[in-house]
Design a protein around this ligand. Structure first.
Ligand SMILES: [Zn+2]
Length: 196
């Protein structure tokens, strides 16, 4: 589920749709959570779909640490990648704003965390653009991602969290632990696809 202060808009014919903030979304706000209605496609289920359907799933899903493809039931699936993203997935499963996002600004994300099984060309237009992302990105960049998350995660406990009631109980307990003991921080590496 995507943050309620967002809307779907056509970016242009090349990029297609994107998700934009309609309100100020402060740093530390949970912007996406994998709620109980998300479609979870296991590796076996995926293979049972015809090739044309697999292409659609590939376009709109991300792959979790267990190899499941997750397709959002709402327009969270239209969030685009940017090498200078303003939200990022965390080891807690949800995505969080890593700076203040102004009304009208596009919500962007780091696709390198999504366990891509093949390389993808990037057109984000940032000076720091990596040009392509692929299966190696997790190992190459997770330390940078953790640094970005850790700079903002303290704000998690200070800002309004409209999506908190959709975070599962186990994760909420982990957040309680994090609040009491910041050194219990869980690396984004927890989202990396487990082998075997
Ligand atoms: Zn880029």
């Amino acid at each position: 589920m995507i943050h309620p202060g967002t809307e779907l808009r056509l970016v242009n014919e090349v990029v297609g749709y994107g998700v934009f903030a309609t309100v100020l979304i402060p740093e530390g706000t949970i912007v996406y959570v994998k709620d109980s209605l998300e479609t979870v496609i296991t590796p076996t289920d995926y293979l049972l779909h015809p090739p044309a359907m697999r292409e659609v799933v590939d376009k709109y899903s991300y792959i979790d640490q267990d190899g499941n493809r997750i397709v959002s039931w709402d327009f969270a699936k239209y969030v685009n990648h940017c090498c200078n993203c303003n939200t990022i997935s965390t080891g807690y499963g949800f995505e969080m704003a890593i700076r203040d996002i102004l009304p009208g600004e596009q919500i962007t994300d780091e696709y390198g965390i999504f366990n891509l099984d093949e390389e993808m060309t990037l057109v984000c237009g940032e000076a720091s653009c990596r040009k392509r992302i692929g299966p190696d990105d997790f190992d190459l960049h997770y330390r940078d991602w953790d640094e970005k998350i850790q700079r903002s995660i303290g704000f998690l406990f200070e800002v309004d969290q409209p999506l908190l009631s959709f975070v599962d109980e186990a994760t909420r307990q982990e957040l309680d632990t994090l609040f009491l003991n910041p050194s219990s921080y869980k690396s984004v590496y927890a989202l990396k696809l487990k082998k075997g």
